[in-house]
Design a protein around this ligand. Structure first.
Ligand SMILES: [Zn+2]
Length: 386
C-alpha cells in the first residue's frame, strides 16, 4: 500500500511537471499574439504600418519632388473626414476609450481648421475606420493613404492599449489623428540632428511592452524622413507627433542624453502647421467657374483655390488645369447641405494636367477645390471647364 502510494505521488509529480512544461510551451507559442502587457507605464508607442515610399520619374526635379512629397498625403482643404468606430466584434472598444478618441478629434477641430470631422454609422461612408483591438499596437495610416486601404471592414486606425491607463491621455488619440491628417513622426524629422544609440534603441523597442520587430523600430524611430516631407521645418521636440524617449537612447544633441519628454497637448508649431495646410475656409461664396470661362490660379505651393461650379446644361463636362504645374483637383456635389466627393484627379509628378470628366446638372450645386503642389516651369496655371 505504502509502495503504491509512493508510486502515485511520483506519477502526480511527473504529471504536474509535464503540465508546467506544456503551459510554458503554450505561452511561448501564443506570446506573439499576446505580447501586450497591460501596464500603466505609458511606454507604449505608436507603430505605423509600412507603406511603400513614393518613387518619382527622373524628369521630376528635386525641388518639384520636395513640394509634392510635402503635400501629397494631405487632404484637400475643406474635406469633411468621416470616421466610423467599430461597435461590435473584436475591433470594438469600451466607451471610455471611444470618448477619448472623439475628444482627440475635437482637439484638432478646436484649432480652427478647414477640415471637419463627423462620426458616421455606415462604415461604407467613412474615410477613417477606427478599432480598439487590444494587441498593444496603436497606429494609423497617414493622410490620403487612408482612402487606398482596401477592405470595407478593415481598420485604418487602431488603439491597442487602454487609453484611460495611458498618462498621455487624449494625446495618444491626437497623435494618431494627426497621422490621419497627413502628419509624420516629428522625431524622424531630418532637421532634428538626433544621433541615436541605435543598438540601445533596437533593444528598448524590441523589449516589453512594445516588443517591436527591428523593422518596426527602424521605420518608426531611426529612419529619417526625406527632407522634403517636412519642408525644412525646424525640429519641434514638443510636437504631439513626437515620442517621449527615456535616457540612454540619444547620443546627440547631448542635452537629450537623459531623454525627451514632449509637453502634453499640441505645440505652437503643431497649431501653425495644421493651419498652414488646412487654413479655415471663409464661408463667403466662392468665385464661379462657368463653361469656357478660364480662371487664372495665383497660388503658392500648398495653397488652394475653391470655385462654385455652374453648369448651364445637363451633359458631361471636362474640368482641367493648364500650365506646367502639379495640382490635385477634387469636385464635390452638395447633397443635403453637405459636400460629397464626386470626382478627383492628381497630376503630380507627371507631365499631364489634372482633369475630371463628369456629368453635371444645372440645378445641382458643385464645388471644385484645387491645391497646387508646384509650378515647375515659368508660365501661369489656370483652370477651365467646357
Ligand atoms: Zn505615430
Amino acid at each position: 500500500m505504502v509502495k503504491k502510494s509512493k508510486t502515485l505521488t511520483i506519477q502526480v509529480r511527473e504529471l504536474a511537471e509535464r503540465i508546467d512544461l506544456l503551459e510554458a510551451t503554450i505561452e511561448k507559442k501564443t506570446k506573439p499574439k499576446t505580447r501586450y502587457d497591460n501596464s500603466k507605464d505609458g511606454n507604449h508607442f505608436c507603430c505605423l504600418p509600412k507603406v511603400p515610399e513614393r518613387q518619382f520619374e527622373e524628369a521630376v526635379s528635386p525641388t518639384r519632388e520636395r513640394l509634392i512629397r510635402l503635400i501629397d498625403k494631405k487632404w484637400v482643404n475643406g474635406t469633411k473626414l468621416r470616421y466610423y468606430i467599430f461597435k461590435e466584434g473584436q475591433f470594438s472598444g469600451p466607451a471610455s476609450n471611444v470618448n477619448l478618441v472623439k475628444d482627440g478629434f475635437k482637439v484638432w477641430e478646436d484649432v480652427g481648421i478647414g477640415l471637419s470631422f463627423e462620426e458616421v454609422n455606415d462604415i461604407s461612408e467613412a474615410e477613417l475606420r477606427i478599432g480598439f483591438l487590444q494587441d498593444g499596437f496603436s497606429w494609423s495610416y497617414v493622410g490620403r493613404d487612408n482612402i487606398d486601404i482596401p477592405g470595407q471592414f478593415e481598420r485604418t486606425m487602431n488603439f491597442g492599449w487602454d487609453l484611460t491607463l495611458d498618462p498621455r491621455g487624449v494625446d495618444t488619440p491626437v497623435h494618431e489623428i494627426g497621422h490621419a491628417l497627413g502628419f509624420p513622426h516629428e522625431h524622424q524629422n531630418p532637421n532634428s540632428g538626433i544621433v541615436w544609440d541605435e543598438e540601445a534603441v533596437y533593444e528598448y523597442f524590441g523589449g516589453p511592452p512594445n516588443n517591436w520587430l527591428p523593422e518596426d523600430t527602424y521605420n518608426n524611430v531611426l529612419r529619417k524622413l526625406p527632407r522634403s516631407a517636412v519642408d525644412g521645418s525646424d525640429w519641434d521636440p514638443n510636437s504631439v507627433m513626437h515620442y517621449g524617449f527615456g535616457p540612454g537612447l540619444i547620443i546627440s544633441p547631448p542635452e537629450y542624453a537623459e531623454g525627451i519628454t514632449p509637453e502634453l497637448g499640441l505645440s505652437a508649431t503643431d497649431t501653425l502647421e495644421v493651419k498652414h495646410f488646412y487654413p479655415p475656409i471663409p464661408s463667403a461664396q466662392y468665385p464661379e467657374l462657368i463653361p469656357f470661362g478660364f480662371k487664372m490660379l495665383s497660388l503658392e505651393p500648398a495653397q488652394q483655390s475653391n470655385y462654385s461650379v455652374q453648369p448651364n446644361a445637363t451633359r458631361t463636362y471636362t474640368i482641367q488645369t493648364f500650365g506646367s504645374s502639379d495640382t490635385v483637383i477634387v469636385l464635390f456635389e452638395e447633397v443635403d447641405g453637405e459636400l460629397r466627393f464626386l470626382a478627383g484627379d492628381d497630376d503630380s509628378g507627371s507631365s499631364l494636367n489634372s482633369k475630371i470628366e463628369q456629368r453635371l446638372y444645372p440645378d445641382r450645386k458643385y464645388v471644385l477645390r484645387i491645391r497646387l503642389y508646384s509650378q515647375y516651369s515659368s508660365g501661369d496655371t489656370g483652370v477651365m471647364m467646357w
